[in-house]
Ligand binder design. Structure first.
Ligand code: FAQ
Length: 322
């Protein structure tokens, strides 16, 4: 690419100017010069994020036909559609870095790409729909509110809109949880069981601990990330524990305790073996999720062909008219 023809002394001047812009809080835009590593890191992180939104439709899509009322069904359909939209914004944002969406999607369907660990857990009851909104969208908001200030302009702008929608999802999820918590003993039990299954995987969404996070140093230096994995995880715990107390739900961690001195809710050790197994493809639903994505991709081939034929036709008639 263009950048490989730059002499090393010029490249270091460009890097210094780029880093000075970042230090001054400027946003980096697609046509601006950027180090190749910055571009690569963003493509990695943004494409994983886009894939997560798309795969994230599957666990909830599973419950659309079984929602307990028309109101619940409508809001669940809307939520799942929103997640598809988020995936599309972020794929578009990633394309501004010079990669083709088709290539990224191929990486997902052939199993080379990562997506969030959380979507490799099964959704076993209706309470899971409440808990996903409350905890999973809740964790995503904590992460993405900070990403709305990331140094790459298109990603930051996508996050502003996405966070507004995720906030809505979180509220509707928490409302489902609050309703079940006020319900019959069986409903409370179903909710507690869902919280027990999703609490630890929700904490894993923030990634490995800071001491074990190979990408963080570079991402923090270039202000792609503005907070570390552990800082965001702690913020999520601090926000969520009072919400659990408010609806009388127990979080499945005997070590959870408030530290008056730090103002933090301290929590127990995360099972990192489980985390690395899940991101390595060996989680409870990894194979099922990828098979479902592949099937949807194959079934959508005719739509892509029709859209491409339509675009070519439009282009031909535009050329003739000119
Ligand atoms: N799952 O060095 P780090 C949502 C990988 S959206 C899978 O710490 P980094 C909305 C990581 O990629 C949820 N893999 O990495 C919704 C790296 O692998 P690589 C998605 C993970 O990038 C709600 C390796 O481990 N959100 O939920 C995970 O500095 C409801 C080492 O890790 C985003 O993607 C994980 N949990 O920090 C949708 C937000 N954690 O590539 C539907 C943007 C780490 O070197 C329904 N991303 N890995 O092979 C980020 O903020 C960051 O990329 C982190 C990871 C924090 C996820």
């Amino acid at each position: 690419m263009e950048q490989s023809t730059i002499a090393p002394q010029d490249e270091s001047a460009l890097v210094a100017a780029f880093e000075a812009r970042i230090a001054a809080g400027e946003s980096i835009e697609p046509k601006d010069w950027m180090p190749e590593r910055y571009r690569k890191q963003l493509v990695r992180m943004m494409s994983q994020h886009a894939h997560s939104e798309v795969v994230g439709m599957l666990p909830e899509g599973n419950w659309i036909t079984r929602a307990p009322s028309l109101r619940r069904k409508m809001s669940l359909i809307a939520k799942v559609q929103d997640e598809a939209g988020h995936g599309l914004y972020i794929y578009c944002g990633t394309e501004t870095l010079g990669v083709d969406r088709q290539e990224l999607i191929e990486q997902l369907v052939d199993g080379r790409a990562k997506y969030s660990s959380i979507f490799n857990y099964p959704t076993l009851s209706w309470a899971d729909m409440g808990v996903i909104g409350w905890l999973v969208d809740g964790a995503a908001i904590v992460n993405q509110t900070i990403l709305a200030k990331t140094s790459y302009g298109p990603y930051a702008r996508a996050m502003v809109r996405i966070c507004k929608e995720e906030n809505f999802h979180k509220r509707q999820g928490y409302e489902i949880c609050a309703t079940l918590a006020r319900g019959t003993p069986a409903q409370r039990e179903m909710l507690q069981d869902a919280v027990n299954r999703f609490w630890w995987p929700a904490l894993m969404m923030f990634g490995p601990s800071d001491t074990d996070s190979p990408n963080s140093a570079e991402l923090l230096k270039w202000r792609v990330k503005r907070k570390t994995n552990d800082e965001l995880r702690q913020r999520f715990v601090n926000l969520t524990v009072p919400q659990a107390i408010a609806i009388g739900i127990t979080l499945p961690d005997p070590d959870l305790a408030f530290n008056e001195a730090t103002g933090n809710w301290e929590f127990g050790e995360i099972d990192w073996t489980e985390f690395f197994q899940v991101i390595g493809g060996e989680g409870p639903c990894n194979r099922e999720r990828l098979a479902a994505r592949r099937e949807a991709h194959d079934e959508g081939a005719w739509v892509r062909e029709a859209a491409a034929a339509h675009a070519a036709k439009q282009q031909r008639s535009g050329t003739q008219a000119a």
